[in-house]
Design a protein around this ligand. Structure first.
Ligand SMILES: NC(=O)c1ccc[n+]([C@@H]2O[C@H](COP(=O)([O-])OP(=O)(O)OC[C@H]3O[C@@H](n4cnc5c(N)ncnc54)[C@H](OP(=O)(O)O)[C@@H]3O)[C@@H](O)[C@H]2O)c1
Length: 108
């Protein structure tokens, strides 16, 4: 049986990094996004050591998203689980913003 393919945005820290490492430990295939490989080198190293792949993406640059997704689809044929984790929270104001990008992926 083929591995479950995850695409997780914002894996440089926090929930995204933890989830990426959790899925990798479970034997799944993980593509995680970071905005800056240099700034996120510790997280990138952890994910790559665990067998995952990191790709560069800023989710606010909407025109770059299809290219990144297409790259994963060309390699894997599909994305099974999309976690749009990237974002920031303004805890004091009690609100948060997470951009949602809806993508269509087809089974190979
Ligand atoms: N922690 C909480 O209590 C809480 C509560 C409510 C909602 N949330 C939401 O849960 C998500 C994760 O939270 P966290 O606590 O794990 O936060 P975190 O440690 O600050 O991680 C946020 C991640 O999102 C990435 N990111 C931010 N803006 C981005 C952008 N424009 N494009 C691509 N990546 C971007 C960051 O990358 P960089 O390293 O490049 O900045 C980082 O990897 C966030 O969406 C947050 O709003 C968290």
């Amino acid at each position: 049986m083929s591995s479950t393919i995850w695409f997780i945005t914002g894996v440089s820290s926090g929930f995204g990094l933890d989830l990426a490492l959790y899925a990798l430990r479970a034997g799944h295939t993980v593509y995680g996004t970071v905005r800056n490989r240099g700034k996120s080198s510790n997280a990138v190293s952890k994910i790559q050591t665990a067998g995952g792949k990191c790709v560069v993406l800023d989710v606010t640059v909407l025109e770059s998203i299809p290219t990144v997704i297409q790259g994963v689809l060309e390699k894997e044929g599909r994305i099974d689980i999309l976690v749009n984790n990237a974002g920031w929270a303004v805890m004091g104001a009690g609100r948060h913003e997470v951009r949602v990008y809806v993508l269509k992926s087809s089974q190979p």
